[in-house]
Design a protein around this ligand. Structure first.
Ligand code: ZN
Length: 283
């Protein structure tokens, strides 16, 4: 059997794996980075791309650490060209638990954005141009990663927060149905955005994934609720795990071409301009 992914690290017992398609596409990402932003050398583009996927892994680790603290096992974190996936053994059913688990990823991304921004300020003060540009790009991307994931596109983070908020009012099943419908609507919007010229294949894959995953998770909750009604609550009676592992996805918003990327590239350019101004002042 051919291996499709390779383990690159293991943190608190969670294997972090890289899918081979990402390894194939990594140099292309770096190239598109350097083309689109126009201020990177290939070396810095590669380094920035690697740091970007490390950021995605840390985002997923944020979810995973909270999941572990709530007694939910984490099978692995898989890095794909469209983003990261934390495979959890189950999703917490208590709304507050789900809220903290879902919010942890964007919180890590916001934090990384701030750290990279401060690092950029530091290197800017020293007038190290290339690292400054790399840090600022990473700061902007992490900010967008947090914001994109907070959109209510269930089962992405924002959609999970939305469901956790709805659950006390309408119950878990109906909350999931509303969140899944909203998620599918968002997926359709992403799909239109993706095929609107210029075509963005990555966003289309993300749209398909969200559409499919929203339906799958709704079906899973339907089964859970049906079992609960039949045999009583599975919690705290025993540890329930499901064959269809729950997944957490964080698509990195940096694809080449398309409105998606131009939308996400804008804050990077703004930051870049901001720093040019700062440079001017110090000159
Ligand atoms: Zn996330």
């Amino acid at each position: 059997m051919v291996k499709s992914s390779y383990q690159i690290a293991q943190i608190r017992g969670i294997p972090i794996r890289v899918h081979f398609t990402l390894l194939l596409l990594l140099p292309l990402y770096a190239l598109s980075f350097s083309n689109r932003l126009g201020f990177f050398s290939l070396f810095w583009s590669l380094l920035t791309t690697a740091a970007l996927f490390a950021s995605v892994a840390l985002h997923e680790l944020g979810h995973s650490m909270v999941a572990l603290s709530q007694g939910c096992g984490v099978r692995e974190i898989l890095l794909l060209p469209i983003g990261g996936i934390a495979q959890l053994e189950r999703i917490p059913t208590r709304p507050l638990d789900e809220f903290f688990m879902a919010a942890a990823g964007p919180a890590v991304s916001f934090l990384l954005s701030a750290v990279f921004f401060l690092a950029g300020l530091g290197t800017a003060a020293l007038r190290w141009i290339a690292p400054t540009e790399a840090f600022l790009a990473l700061s902007g991307i992490n900010l967008m990663l947090a914001l994109f994931n907070l959109l209510p596109s269930f089962p992405m983070d924002g959609g999970r927060i939305f469901r956790a908020w709805l659950t006390p009012y309408v119950g878990r099943l109906k909350a999931t149905r509303i969140a899944a419908r909203t998620g599918r609507f968002m997926a359709v919007l992403f799909g239109i955005w993706a095929v609107w010229p210029p075509f963005n294949p990555f966003l289309l894959v993300i749209a398909f994934f969200i559409y499919q995953a929203a339906g799958a998770e709704y079906r899973m909750v339907m089964i859970q609720e049906a079992r609960k009604n039949q045999w009583g609550s599975p919690w705290p009676g025993g540890r329930w795990t499901y064959d269809d592992a729950s997944v957490h996805v964080s698509p990195p918003p940096y694809q080449r071409g398309g409105r998606f990327s131009s939308f996400f590239a804008r804050p990077l350019r703004q930051q870049h301009d901001l720093f040019n101004e700062l440079f001017e002042k110090w000159r």
